[in-house]
Design a protein around this ligand. Structure first.
Ligand SMILES: [Zn+2]
Length: 221
């Protein structure tokens, strides 16, 4: 999908058409920090960079889109986080085991550097974009660590250096309309409602993590 409020500046390299296996859809919005200035279109158009994000937000609040959200941008790296993804991201362990952490995500760069807060224009643009991502992709209610995550929760990096006021943005988004069905989770749990599918997904993921850690029978603390 293309965000109506973005300038569509497609790149022709550094992304993969579709999502892995043709079956996955994005499940989360990933926040990045550019650590630089000006449009990333030229950089992401350089094949040697092997990197891209779907979106970029300038200091003036202008949004550029480089990759359709149906396609896989190369924003979050491969499986390079020591010890695996952040345990607070319930879907990441399964994604980490299966494929690239780019397959599950919609990624956005933010013009500026570490220590530079979002401008008011950027905050307004980021909130509007995050709301669109949640509604258009049926992610359900925005939740930190579930549908909104930082790059450092997927890969070994400081990015986005705390530059995204995620809790404030989520509060500003409000509650996005719930999907009428289980939404993206319907792939695994077609007979569930959104809430029950999310609960089951989180539970199953935790059980899988315990099994992978060699813990057969979870004990009470
Ligand atoms: Zn990043």
């Amino acid at each position: 999908m293309r965000y109506p409020n973005a300038t569509w500046k497609p790149i022709t390299t550094n992304f993969r058409p579709g999502r892995a296996g043709g079956r996955r859809r994005a499940m989360a919005f990933v926040c990045h920090s550019q650590e630089g200035s000006r449009s990333l279109h030229a950089l992401f158009s350089n094949p040697s960079r092997r990197a891209s994000t779907h979106f970029w937000i300038g200091r003036d609040g202008a949004v550029e889109q480089y990759v359709d959200t149906a396609d896989t941008a190369w924003g979050n790296g491969e499986r390079n986080r020591a010890g695996g993804p952040d345990g607070r991201v319930p879907w990441a362990a399964a994604a980490y085991a299966a494929a690239s952490l780019n397959d599950e995500t919609i990624s956005c760069e933010l013009e500026g550097r570490a220590g530079e807060p979002m401008s008011s224009q950027q905050e307004a643009a980021a909130g509007a974009l995050m709301r669109w991502v949640h509604v258009a992709h049926e992610l359900g209610e925005p939740r930190r660590h579930v549908t909104v995550i930082e790059h450092n929760q997927l890969s070994a990096t400081a990015c986005p250096s705390g530059r995204w006021p995620i809790d404030r943005l989520i509060a500003a988004i409000g509650v996005a309309p719930r999907p009428s069905s289980a939404g993206v989770l319907g792939f695994w749990y077609p007979d569930y409602t959104y809430d029950s599918a999310l609960a089951k997904f989180i539970n199953d993921t935790i059980v899988n993590q315990l099994r992978q850690a060699g813990i057969g029978t979870p004990k009470a603390a």
